[in-house]
Design a binder for this molecule. Sequence first.
Ligand code: GLA
Length: 643
Amino acid sequence: MLRFGGDYNPEQWPEEVWAEDLRLMSEAGVNMATVAVFSWSRLEPEQGAWDFAWLDRILDLLHEHGIDADLATATATPPPWLVRAHPEMMPVTADGVRLEFGSRQGYCPSSPVYRTHAVRLARTLATRYASHPALKMWHIGNEYADHTLECFCEVSAAHFRTWLEARYGTIGGLNAVWGTSCWGQLYTGFDQVEPPRTAPGPVNPAQLLDWRRFCSDALLELFEAEKAALREVTPDIPVTTNFMSILHGLDYWKWAAAEDLVTDDAYPDPADPESHVAIALSYDLMRSLKRQPWLLLESSPSAVSWRAVNAPKPPGMMRLHSLQALAHGSDGVMFFQWRQARFGPEKFHSALLPHGGTATRGWQETLQLGRDLKALAEVAGSYEQAQVALVLDWDSWWGLEAPESMPSDRLKLKELLLDWYRPLHARGIAVDLAPPGRDLTGYRLVIVPNLYLCTEESAKALSAFDGELVVGPFSGVVDAADQVHPGGAPGPLRDLLGVTVEEFWPLHDGVTQATTAGAARTWTEWIHATDAEVVARYRGGELDGRPAITRKGGVTYLSCRLDDPAPFLDTVLARADVHGVEVPRGVEAVRRAGHLFLLNHTTDPQRITLPQAGTDLLTATSRQGEIELAPRDAVVLRLEGRK
Ligand code: GLA
């Protein structure tokens, strides 16, 4: 079964409305609702004064209508009574400002008060609903790192010190790793170490890197603490927390390992005609995190309410974007939210049931999607490893984007990933993401857009891979401590790549550097091909005639960011014997196990020659040869000979 439904906030509505909610949910084919995400103050308006009656009734109603509950632990907004009793649990900014109650996610991730009460609430809910038949999934917290990724208060500082002590053992160990002999920062005790609050100048980048690691870990500890309480009471109910698509702040490889199911919230901007590409990258990450199907837990039926200008989704786009998530491995499509709110900051956020009720095109599209998801039920659960992988590492991302100490602040990891992802996606080639230490067996082509921070273990894993390997610029520069590898880049990748990098040569915005493989932008390097063949050279400028791209065995090194990597990519794909599906620009072709999704993201009809005959599950018709796809329309083919 594919999941269909969304966030349901019945506490924002009088009970008379609930019956209609459930009737319409049934009509639309909703089979899962996320409930109680922000309900702490409603469930426990004063400490220990529980009010479960409304949630009892809602869970009963859901179950009576055959709808499963993704039940939240309700810890995303601690209630006013707790904040007033413990004002110190509110987060503090890097400038020392303590934030006020009045929004959501108002807690210091390290606050023992918040943690104790959150775990108490999770356990209480688990105990009450352990045997409720509607309970099918636990939704811990909500979008960790949304609003509150970090806190700079004294409690956080103490927690950071404990984390550092566990990592380095002695202050001498920390001094060595942080390189505190630079700028006179030698510490003589952990009690002198603070979070990277606003300082007179650039902060030690090793301290910043550890802070990023710590902040991701501190939130994960919270998740783990709630999970432990749930596991004690309901060991068989899967747990998740909703991710925020590809996100700088949290190391999702680590986080996903702590979850039973990866779920994601995705909000591509309807006004951006290319937004389906970046979101596809996120979806592929979600599928790759646990190498299994995932679930789109929140998306938007039409407009959101948090952009400066919130464009609605034109007719057909909600369906198309939903099918896209399925194509990339989601086992359903869920939304924020069921019924459009009348008050609060999200009253203009779209919903499955709009302000205008059932007399709206929005509601008609909700009904249509419900029917489509039923027709597509057979894709649920299917998973297949791709032939191409992009390597992504959070430590390296954090190091690369440290402020104020890099040769250039223009190398952004997400953009570097998209440089490669975009042409792969346009060619209908499925892509996985992988952490650098993962066993890469089975891939034909692995691309490392950038691996600024590269450990010996990562280098070893990459060296063990025997397919086509492409390594992007500014890789192998520093170790896990953000210290430059002896002899400089590419450090532990030197033997693998057969090059040494003498000097980084970043380019200003708008400047390009010619190479025999096309123009480079943002970044070039002065390199030596010590044990590699030179396949492209710089042309003109200071680097004229020097190697730009090298190759050793099946391993290519790019010392620059190619303005258009597509022609180069095509030669690598040919060598790796990887083939996609030929489609017109703006049409997305995605294989999911034995199915082929063809999604027309353009506003024109498009003609496509099917690579294989099959049955379109959406219309239950056989299709072969050339087909026409209407604007924003899709076909989902069960390929012949496959089930
Ligand atoms: C996030 C939150 C939801 C809601 C949506 C609106 O995903 O988890 O509670 O605020 O954004 O887009």
